[in-house]
Design a binder for this molecule. Structure first.
Ligand code: GLV
Ligand code: MN
Ligand code: MN
Length: 423
């Protein structure tokens, strides 16, 4: 850290002025499919494409060279003095679930860009190039699977399986990515080990710990293991008034049992580290006077321990079999994903810790219960994450909030870390 170019980094002001970054975050938030302040930005929607254009414009203004892959992952590169060396990566996502806020993902993208600009303003020049990555579809909204871009980049989702993905209107990934202007072979999306030297992602915590404990930044040591099981219940429809209760095969009543069984199983593992949610319950035909004939549940099951998480999936599948038999209806399940947890890289964590100390920011090591693109970047490069607080731990809601001070501290620590990793 004591090399001559690195000394410039010691001139980062303790309290960064990040008014420009906050303005950029606010502007990005207005590019939404929903009425502001609600942010909804589903991958390959008009809003997603406009948001990408906005961020790419800012990257170009900062003198970064932009490249996009066949699924729309975007790489904005600040060339180092040794461009032949593998770059250091940072970044996150700008897609947003329905009814979201403006900080999830965007703080890591625009904050990553700001960290680069902080270093540029100091006259620092990295030895390794620094690449800001904007990942396609970290959120599972459109295709039902999280981290689409980084999952493919990490070689975890094959092009063949990716081509089977459809949105709820039945439109395929291929049609939608080409329409969005992302050409080329999907085979080229997976990156080899060594393409990135190291990767570090800035993100809001999405939980309450840092704010409650008054800590500036979290250094993420592990990312919990996420999974999703799709459940389709097929009963028998009919007239809600004329068909009597005996002999009914109500798909939604059966699904309700499954939702409660999942909740009870997650609560019953004896640890708060197990979480399970049914976030989608699609009822067909969805008429008040018609008995539901089909229900699709999309479940989200996570744990810091993947074996315990798998135990919850097994219990849900048993509940499906039992309910199906007792009620005489068909219940099918499909495992959408069941990813192992990621362990963050010790050397990057040390660099983050040293940077937090140098920046005068308090820190603690912690687990990420949310998933992030770093879960898949960790497959191809040493990776770690840097968390900042968010108010009340609230996320995936329009009232998500991170203060300029919190964001400034994160950008400061990230800038120092990037400088260190790229030196
Ligand atoms: C990411 O958005 C997650 O659901 O953890
Ligand atoms: Mn999210
Ligand atoms: Mn996110």
């Amino acid at each position: 850290m004591a090399t001559e170019p690195f000394r410039k980094v010691n001139n980062v002001p303790a309290q960064l002025s990040i008014d420009g970054l906050i303005d950029e975050l606010m502007t990005l938030a207005t590019i939404s499919e929903a009425e502001p302040p609600v942010v909804t930005r589903v991958v390959f929607s008009a809003a997603d494409l406009r948001a990408r254009a906005d961020v790419k414009g800012l990257c170009a203004e900062a003198g970064l060279t932009i490249h996009e892959d066949a699924i729309g992952n975007t790489f904005a590169r600040w060339e180092g003095t040794a461009p032949e060396l593998a770059p250091v990566g940072t970044g996150s996502h700008i897609d947003a679930i329905p009814n979201a806020g403006l900080y999830d993902g965007c703080v890591g993208v625009l904050g990553g860009l700001e960290a680069i600009r902080v270093l540029q303003r100091l006259g620092f020049r990295p030895r390794r190039s620094i690449e800001l990555v904007i990942f396609t579809a970290e959120e599972p909204t459109r295709f039902g699977i999280g981290c689409l871009g980084s999952r493919m980049m990490g070689g975890v989702l094959s092009p063949t399986d990716a081509l089977k993905l459809r949105d709820k209107e039945g439109r395929g990934l291929e049609e939608l990515r080409l329409q969005a202007g992302f050409m080329g072979s999907l085979e080229s999306v997976a990156l080899p080990q060594g393409r990135f030297h190291q990767f570090v992602e800035l993100h809001i915590e999405q939980g309450p710990t840092l704010e409650a404990e008054g800590i500036d930044v979290g250094l993420v040591t592990h990312i919990a293991a996420p999974a999703s099981l799709r459940v389709v219940v097929e009963g028998e429809g009919g007239h809600a008034g004329a068909k009597l209760m005996p002999g009914r095969k109500d798909a939604l009543a059966a699904a309700a049992e499954l939702i409660l069984a999942l909740e009870a199983t997650a609560k019953g593992t004896g640890t708060i580290d197990t979480v399970a949610t049914v976030g989608i319950c699609e009822v067909f035909p969805g008429a008040v006077n018609s008995i539901p004939s089909r229900v699709r549940l999309e479940t989200d099951i996570r744990d810091t321990d993947s074996a315990r998480r798998d135990g919850v999936i097994d219990a849900l599948m048993k509940a499906c079999a039992e309910t199906s038999q007792r009620r005489g209806i068909s219940i099918t399940t499909e495992l959408v994903n069941a990813d192992p947890p990621a362990i963050c890289d010790a050397a990057i964590l040390d660099a983050l810790e040293e940077s937090a100390k140098a920046a005068g920011k308090s820190y603690k090591r912690m687990v990420s219960r949310a998933y992030h693109d770093s879960l898949f970047m960790a497959r191809i490069a040493p990776a770690a994450m840097l968390f900042i607080p968010c108010r009340g731990g609230v996320s995936h809601r329009p009232d998500e909030y991170a203060s300029p001070e919190w964001i400034g501290a994160g950008v400061h620590v990230l800038a120092r870390t990037l400088a260190h990793l790229a030196s």
